[in-house]
Design a protein around this ligand. Structure first.
Ligand SMILES: *Cc1c(COP(=O)(O)O)cnc(C)c1O
Length: 235
């Protein structure tokens, strides 16, 4: 029964997160779980929300918007976790609480202009490219300070921290070494006067290493929902 599977996967994922936090000497409450629901039907999101999950991440606007509308009765916090196309910023500015994948000043300016005044500032993380991956988003580490400074100038954006989507690695040590670089980049910005509190890193296959490196938000799809339907846009 699918509902039963989801209940078990949700419990198992939360146990994995809590165990990883304890292993790292951290408070399990300091690691947030974002359910990455791309490719999943709205019913599955509803079931998970009814089990108590609040934060959901979507990657494709065309898929996300009807699901969000259908789930409008639920107290969900929506995170945009896909690549932002600069001509499609308005629905993101209007309907999401977070964007994890900001990597261009032009997009920051548009999101700032389009964020409705009655809503709180849009929470944003800058996506950093930790390794060379053609076609994947993210600002080069050498450009991070300049982009952070530009984002900080936008009053309708609230710069919360950094995000990474590193390529899969085989070992815990290799995974953690990459996540440590993102954590170091966050410390560098905070030493320069920022007060960033978010490290969005870690997925189904590497959440333990991300939590050991200081992740405050892990983004989990497969471990929660099972294998997703292939989306032709997915990388
Ligand atoms: C799909 C996706 C995830 C979740 O990946 P899983 O391996 O299924 O847990 C996390 N973050 C982003 C940005 C994604 O696109």
């Amino acid at each position: 029964m699918p509902g039963h599977d989801l209940t078990e996967r949700f419990a198992a994922t939360r146990t994995r997160i809590a165990s990883a936090a304890i292993e790292a000497g951290r408070d399990p409450g300091s690691v947030g779980l974002i359910a990455i629901s791309k490719g999943q039907p709205a019913d599955a999101l509803r079931q998970l929300a009814q089990l108590g999950q609040r934060d959901f991440g979507e990657n494709y606007l065309q898929e996300a918007l009807p699901k969000m509308e259908g789930l409008g009765d639920l107290p969900i916090t929506w995170h945009f976790t896909g690549q932002v196309q600069s001509n499609k910023t308005r629905p993101i500015a209007e309907q999401f609480a977070w964007v994890h994948t900001l990597d261009r000043e032009r997009v920051a300016v548009r999101l700032n202009e389009q964020r409705p005044p009655e809503l709180p500032p849009l929470n944003v993380c800058i996506q950093v490219r930790l390794e060379d991956e053609p076609g994947k988003g993210g600002v080069e580490p050498s450009q991070l300070a300049a982009l952070a400074a530009a984002v900080r100038e936008q009053p309708r954006l609230h710069l919360r921290g950094l995000m990474a989507l590193p390529p899969p690695k085989e070992t815990f040590a290799q995974q953690k070494a990459l996540f440590d670089r993102l954590a170091a980049a966050l410390r560098t910005l905070n030493d320069a006067g920022y007060s960033l509190d978010t490290l969005s890193m870690g997925m189904s296959s590497d959440l333990e290493a991300a939590i050991a490196a200081g992740a405050t938000h892990v983004r989990i799809g497969t471990a929660l929902f099972g294998e997703r339907n292939r989306n032709p846009q997915a990388g």
